[in-house]
Write a protein that binds this ligand. Structure first.
Ligand code: ADP
Length: 482
């Protein structure tokens, strides 16, 4: 079986702060079926090595950026874990990046992770495992492809995946030496970024291929509005850049087995009506006559939550209802409080993070609103499809790639799965919500729309097949060039 080393700062179920951890945790299992054995290198934050039963020393460093370090092999939930045990860098209280603000030596901590990955790729582990491909995730692993080049390793391919371009791994130039980087790297065609080091840029320049988490976002990243200053670097890699949509956990998100709700499936939606009644009562929405829209989201302007606050009154006047769960920007939280107060029996609000409630909302909602201004992949529209809770999304990033708009052509062809709107502004959203209200009154058409969404393939199979195909391509190219 071919071998890939995944390099990541987070991985479910060991440590998670965001979506990167879900991807890192889901890939090893699904890649196995594609003929690729993945091992996952991540920092041994407190408790990580114990949880993974990682005790076997498979690599050692006398001095890894300021202290002794070891790589410990173990496993957890089907993931082959390589825990980088470097107490001077990772044995600290707090989260993976700070306590609570960022640790000042983060650039060195994750340079060490990347350096260790490249050493493993160069020399192999003591249990005779050496990867064919190194897969680096986000800025924390961005330097790994660069260290590969600096080490003269030419027989291991590399992939850089961008989950969030907003985090670019910036560090002062004075840290070059501590990060084991020669001054010759500090040029604008390599890792220099406006006078600083960018570890993400390093990866974007040096990796054999660059991916992000949806095809549309891959295209958007080459444009000024989305690239956050790295659009030129992205555009320069256009020929090696692709988007691979994330999957969802089809067991956790399954309306036929979800313990939070009355079960239902695409063959019978009867249970969904029961869940809707329960949700209406849980949120006190006694006055709605049209579609019940749910929102499960960070309440931020990236997520377009201000657009909902500004346009919801038209939707509720036309009979719609809104159940909102989220927290975030205090200004938007207040806008939502006002919306709920002004629309008793029509808009319900829960400020907070509540996973169980989110399942009940997907179980009972008619539509899920996702009006993000940008969205690398997005998950809630996928949960919506899975639960027959029709997604209403902004036409951007992974939202554009996972929902087929219910326009005339798509209706005729019988392929639509939700609603898309553009431009992403108040007018765009309110016009789209009018289409939703109109369509909702055609019950049989609506049921067909729900069922089509529920039948979509949303698991990790397609994603892992795409990653495997990319690994194959890179290793084939390497073979033919050596
Ligand atoms: P992002 O990672 O940018 O916030 P995603 O759509 O990729 O957006 O992932 C968000 C995840 O967090 C989803 O699983 C969503 O259901 C969940 N989520 C967001 N807010 C809440 C909340 N208030 N309560 C429960 N789950 C939430």
């Amino acid at each position: 079986m071919k071998k890939v080393l995944s390099v990541t700062s987070e991985c479910v179920p060991l440590i998670k702060t965001g979506g990167l951890a879900d991807v890192a945790g889901a890939l090893p299992g699904s890649l196995e079926a594609q003929g690729w054995h993945m091992r996952t290198l991540l920092p041994a934050y407190p408790g990580v090595a114990d949880k993974a039963g990682a005790a076997e020393v498979v690599f050692a460093f006398d001095d890894l950026m300021g202290g002794r370090a070891r790589v410990l092999a173990g496993s957890e939930a089907g993931i082959d874990v390589l825990a980088l045990d470097a107490p001077h860098l990772f044995d600290r209280a707090g989260g993976p990046y700070g306590n609570p603000t960022d640790f000042p030596d983060n650039p060195v901590r994750f340079a060490a992770l990347s350096f260790a990955a490249a050493q493993i790729a160069a020399e192999g582990l003591s249990d005779n495992w050496r990867p064919d491909v190194l897969h680096a995730h986000d800025w924390q692993a961005g330097l790994a492809p660069t260290y590969l080049r600096l080490n003269g390793v030419t027989d291991v391919a590399s992939v850089m995946t961008v989950h969030n371009i907003a985090f670019q791994g910036l560090a002062p130039a004075a840290m070059l030496g501590t990060m084991a980087l020669p001054l010759s790297e500090f040029t604008s065609d390599k890792l220099e970024y406006w006078g600083q080091i960018s570890t993400l840029k390093a990866g974007l320049v040096d990796a054999g291929a660059v991916t992000t988490v949806s095809p549309t976002y891959a295209g958007e990243l080459m444009r000024g509005e989305f690239g956050m200053g790295l659009e030129g670097v992205m555009a320069a890699r256009a020929g090696d850049l692709s988007g691979i949509l994330n999957g969802i956990d089809m067991d956790v998100w399954n309306p036929a087995t979800d313990a939070q709700i009355t079960a239902y499936s695409a063959t019978s939606l009867k249970g969904k009506a029961t869940n809707r009644k329960a949700l209406v009562s849980e949120f006190g929405l006694s006055r709605i006559t049209g579609p019940l829209a749910i929102v499960v989201s960070r309440l931020t302007s990236q997520k377009g939550m201000d657009l909902i606050a500004a346009t919801a009154h038209q939707f509720v006047e036309a009979g719609g209802g809104l159940a909102i769960l989220g927290s975030g920007d205090p200004v938007i939280e207040d806008q939502m409080r006002i919306l709920a107060r002004n629309n008793p029996g029509k808009v319900g609000l829960r400020i907070g993070y509540d996973e169980a409630l989110s399942h009940r909302m997907f179980g009972g909602g008619d539509v899920v609103l996702v009006p993000s201004r940008f969205e690398p992949c997005g998950l809630t529209q996928l949960y919506g499809l899975r639960y027959g809770t029709v997604p209403v999304v902004a036409a951007t990033g992974g939202l554009a790639d996972s929902v087929i708009d219910h326009n005339i052509m798509a209706q005729t062809a019988g392929v639509s799965t939700g609603f898309q709107f553009h431009p992403i502004d108040e007018m765009g959203l309110s016009q789209c919500l009018r289409r939703v209200i109109a369509q909702f009154s055609d019950k049989s058409g609506w049921t067909r729309l729900q069922k089509r969404g529920m039948k979509q393939a949303l698991g990790w199979e397609a994603s892992s097949a795409a990653y495997a195909a990319l690994y194959e391509k890179l290793t084939d190219e390497r073979r033919s060039s050596t």
